[in-house]
Design a protein around this ligand. Structure first.
Ligand SMILES: Nc1ncnc2c1ncn2[C@@H]1O[C@H](COP(=O)(O)OP(=O)(O)OP(=O)(O)O)[C@@H](O)[C@H]1O
Length: 488
């Protein structure tokens, strides 16, 4: 697989990913962007153990369906990394850690969370060491309680993910990620988005035995409805998931949110896009962008990506080119707003509003909370619409995807001290408040039965609840099929 086993000292020299940008800048050539600037290292387990303070809660970064992730300070903190400790899988099932190392050791790209190395623990389990992403996930940015990103940032995130997916699809043989979703898009120190979590990824041509024999897997809500058997897989399944991600980026809604009817973002957004009311799907917290054509292009692109017939979806190369155009338009519009603001007068900011105050009269150009870049204090986009709520009535906590049915918890509706609830008091509808955890990668569908909840392999039977989830997926597929977007 082309990785090195080495001692701690040489690992510093070969694994310092923070030197990477410097290296590539010196070379001044974009082809070097995909050349790994360091060797993959086999770490000693004891080094990882001490670098994570014995996998202490203080170093705990998060938990996924395959295991836990810890922050590691390696080599006197010269190298900060994330160590993934995967759950023990049954001996008969493929281990996501092996798969991740196998795939990530063959590719390198600045928009991926790249592999630095691995280690074997005393029980012979593999630990994966990857680049540390200090700014959470795109899921956190879109659905968390912080100020939501504006249009320039959203399109930039989408463009960067598209670039990474296109890179994977154009590798030889192609790599199909199979789990593109906002919680698998992590944000690096420079606020670039990167694709992580290659536990379900497949490398090979569609006719290859491994691809043909691996059962479908992915995350509910992002999973291509036409991917029901191994032979259905193609790069277009990632295109479908990417389309869902784009709808999520535009609308701020989860892929599936049972607080809405319909809960599926596809079922809700595609008919609205087809009706031409594209502003109607925009995240109400930021409103539509000034450039309505850029928004239309992005929304139509998303609707094309989620078409039920995979052959009708665009390839990732086309998606990437289109998004480059959208991003350029959004940025240009943003710059125009900045210079207009400068000419008209000074910018007045408070926590909820940005105003351009003219020298002789106050002109409120932006009514939305868009306070621009933190670094330079500029306004980077403007949306001249009111923030409005979609629904009325009781308060509801929204924007959490459904993972497994067992994760749904009904909460009393009087949790008024909950910060998120207070923030979202304007978004409500008349149904019980439901708290949902974010989407988890799910198991495998064999035929129409969900047979395993750990993402890889296995064929043990499952309880009735899991079968219901499986049915939900199939139902969703059916509904999505009924909504062929006429957007080309
Ligand atoms: N390289 C990293 N740097 C920083 N934090 C990370 C890194 N990788 C993962 N995390 C954090 O660890 C958590 C678990 O990640 P993991 O990839 O195992 O699962 P997930 O993508 O959240 O869920 P699932 O496994 O269901 O897809 C994530 O929520 C993420 O915030």
């Amino acid at each position: 697989m082309g990785y090195f086993s080495c001692n701690a000292e040489s690992a510093i020299a070969t694994c310092d990913s923070y030197n990477w940008e410097l290296l590539t800048k010196k070379q001044g050539n974009t082809t070097h962007l995909t050349k790994r600037p360091f060797q993959i290292v086999e770490f000693d387990f004891s080094d990882l153990h001490s670098a994570t303070n014995g996998f202490s809660p203080a170093n705990f970064l998060g938990k996924g369906s395959h295991g836990s992730v810890f922050k590691a300070h390696l080599h006197q903190s010269k190298l900060i990394a994330a160590v993934k400790k995967t759950k023990q899988t049954q001996p008969t099932t493929a281990n996501p850690a092996d798969n991740e190392v196998e795939i990530l050791s063959r590719v390198y790209h600045p928009r991926l969370v790249n592999l630095l190395g691995f280690a074997i623990d005393p029980n012979q389990h593999k630990l994966i060491v990857v680049e540390y992403m200090p700014n959470g996930s795109l899921y956190d940015l879109l659905h968390g309680s912080c100020k939501p990103p504006g249009w320039v940032k959203r399109t930039r995130f989408a463009l960067q993910v598209a670039r990474a997916v296109q890179f994977l699809h154009s590798s030889n043989p192609p790599i199909i990620h199979r789990d593109i979703k906002s919680s698998n898009i992590l944000i690096d120190s420079k606020f670039n988005s990167r694709i992580s979590d290659f536990g379900l990824a497949l490398r090979g041509h569609v006719e290859d035995v491994k691809v043909k024999s691996t059962p479908p897997a992915g995350t509910l809500g992002y999973l291509d409805p036409g991917y029901l058997a191994p032979g259905d897989l193609s790069t277009k399944s990632d295109v479908f998931s990417f389309g869902i991600l784009m709808l999520e980026i535009i609308s701020g809604r989860n892929a599936i949110d049972v607080n809405y009817s319909p809960p599926s973002v596809v079922e809700w957004a595609v008919p609205v896009i087809k009706s031409g009311n594209i502003a109607g799907i925009c995240d109400p917290r930021i409103g539509p962008p000034e450039d309505s054509e850029a928004l239309r292009l992005m929304a139509v692109l998303a609707a094309r990506c989620v078409r039920s017939t995979s052959a009708k979806r665009p390839g990732m190369a086309e998606v990437l080119e289109s998004l480059k155009g959208v991003y350029k338009r959004m940025k240009t519009q943003s710059h125009m707003c900045i210079s207009l603001g400068r000419r008209v007068g000074r910018v007045v900011q408070d926590s909820r509003m940005v105003k351009y105050e003219a020298l002789d009269e106050s002109v409120e150009l932006v009514r939305n909370a868009r306070t621009g870049s933190r670094r330079n204090g500029r306004v980077s986009s403007a949306a001249g619409v009111d923030v409005r709520s979609d629904v009325i009535g009781d308060r509801v906590e929204r924007s959490k995807s459904i993972g497994t049915a067992s994760e749904i918890k009904y909460l009393p509706t009087d949790l008024s001290n909950d910060h998120m609830n207070r923030r979202r008091a304007g978004f409500s509808m008349k149904m019980p408040t439901v708290r949902l955890r974010k989407s988890k990668s799910m198991g495998i569908l064999q035929g129409r039965r969900l047979v395993n909840n750990n993402g890889i392999g296995g064929s043990q039977s499952i309880g009735s609840r899991k079968l219901e989830e499986s049915k939900l997926l199939v139902d969703l597929g059916g509904n999505v099929k009924g909504q062929e977007a006429e957007c080309s």
